[in-house]
Design a protein around this ligand. Structure first.
Ligand code: 1GP
Length: 246
């Protein structure tokens, strides 16, 4: 990757563009089918690969990142569920702090454990305020974090939380309803948060249709992240990318 992820995100935010990120679960052994999927995604114009999960059973993180790097030039960004999910072969890492919750281990504990490894890895680290939003069901992210999500209708709490994150010096905000959420983050919440902060706003969790991607993009999302929907139906890829990037 020649340009830094941070400048890519800041440029997109500054010019009101939306990037499309495909989320890859590193729990599955990368096989021929995966190889094909990556090749197709890269040809279709996906902007970023996010790799990570709240809970790993079988950890193929390193192999997954290696396949991604060998097949395409699309930046590979770690989206770690814990301090264990670090590999130096990626391009960047979202250094997450769960600012919507009050679980000290996910606010600063895991980060203290991970810091020396991230430093040694040479990965570009993007300090990211991670905010779990209620998407109508308790996802793995909600359960594992043992935190209460921000109610989907409480836009003021979301805006204040994002603002506090920006004032604390974070470089990005991630609004997430969690993988497999019933409903994605509302356009109203995305718009209010995106207007309130000058840092990029990443949005994911439960986004499945072109309409939902387009609505998040129009509301000001800097990055739209889709995981499950593409695992279930890879043929959606081209239309989802087009809905995000216009
Ligand atoms: C979850 O934002 C991601 O952390 C993506 O969620 O798998 O529901 O698309 P989905």
């Amino acid at each position: 990757m020649t340009r830094s992820l941070h400048s890519l995100l800041m440029d997109a935010k500054g010019s009101n563009r939306t990037l499309f990120a495909m989320l890859i679960d590193p729990d599955k052994k990368p096989d021929e089918v995966f190889y094909e999927r990556v090749l197709n995604a890269s040809k279709a114009g996906v902007n970023l690969f996010f790799v990570g999960g709240s809970l790993l059973q079988d950890d193929f993180l390193e192999q997954t990142v290696d396949v991604l790097k060998s097949v395409s030039n699309v930046p590979v960004v770690l989206f770690p569920g814990s301090a264990m999910q670090i590999t130096k072969n990626a391009d960047a890492i979202l250094f997450l702090s769960l600012i919507s919750g009050r679980n000290p281990d996910l606010l600063i504990g895991q980060q203290v454990v991970a810091a020396p490894y991230v430093k040694k890895s040479g990965l570009e680290s993007i300090a990211t305020g991670y905010m779990l939003i209620d998407g109508g069901t308790m996802t793995t992210a909600h359960y594992i974090s043992q935190t209460r999500p921000i109610p989907s209708s409480n836009i003021a709490v979301a805006v204040n939380t994002a603002l506090a994150g920006e004032m604390l010096g974070l470089s990005a905000i991630y609004l997430d309803c969690g993988s497999g959420a019933k409903a994605p983050v509302s356009a109203d919440m995305i718009r209010a948060v995106s207007e309130a902060v000058d840092i990029p706003v990443i949005v994911g969790g439960g986004i499945r249709t072109t309409h939902e991607v387009e609505s998040a993009a129009k509301a000001g999302a800097t990055v739209v992240v889709v995981g499950n929907a593409l695992e279930e139906n890879p043929s959606l890829l081209q239309s989802l990318i087009a809905s995000a990037t216009g």
